[in-house]
Design a binder for this molecule. Structure first.
Ligand SMILES: [Zn+2]
Length: 157
């Protein structure tokens, strides 16, 4: 089963990374505690929180208390939980780090006027977010994501 998440206000950076890894992750800077619990239960999302008291709520079914302040340690805490609960830790989908929208591949000709010339000349693979319309392309960005993913997977082995 591929996990879905909802994260509290303290975990913006962790949310962006989980989206980059392809996981459906809801984040808003104004979810109240009761909303986080409701979303988690109704949508079957694992709650990510830095709030010890919230993490202990008896209402919650799936919750990860995030202890660390450092992003790679935070990701490790999430992936250890997923491994322990036998969730799928590899996701093939692409999620927009800005809005959590689904991304799809798009032909260069369709977006040629919206990208810098040097990108148009050197890159052939593009993605667009279906929700906010932001355009992404393969590049150093992807290497950074793969590197981080490998580092985290190795650390939980
Ligand atoms: Zn988006």
């Amino acid at each position: 089963m591929i996990p879905k998440f909802v994260a509290d206000v303290m975990l913006g950076s962790l949310s962006r990374w989980l989206r980059l890894f392809g996981f459906d992750t809801l984040y808003s800077n104004n979810f109240k505690d009761f909303e986080l619990i409701k979303i988690s239960l109704q949508e079957g999302r694992i709650l990510l929180t830095k709030d010890r008291i919230l993490a202990k709520s008896k209402l919650l079914k799936e919750v990860i208390f995030i202890n660390s302040e450092h992003i790679d340690e935070q990701l490790k805490e999430v992936f250890l939980y997923l491994k322990d609960k036998k969730f799928d830790i590899k996701s093939n989908s692409h999620r927009c780090p800005v809005c959590n929208g689904e991304m799809r591949e798009i032909a260069k000709e369709q977006i040629i006027n919206e990208i810098p010339d040097y990108i148009a000349m050197t890159i052939d693979e593009f993605y667009i977010c279906d929700s906010c319309g932001k355009i992404y392309w393969q590049g150093s960005h992807k290497e950074k994501i793969d590197e981080m993913r490998e580092k985290i997977l190795k650390s939980i082995d």
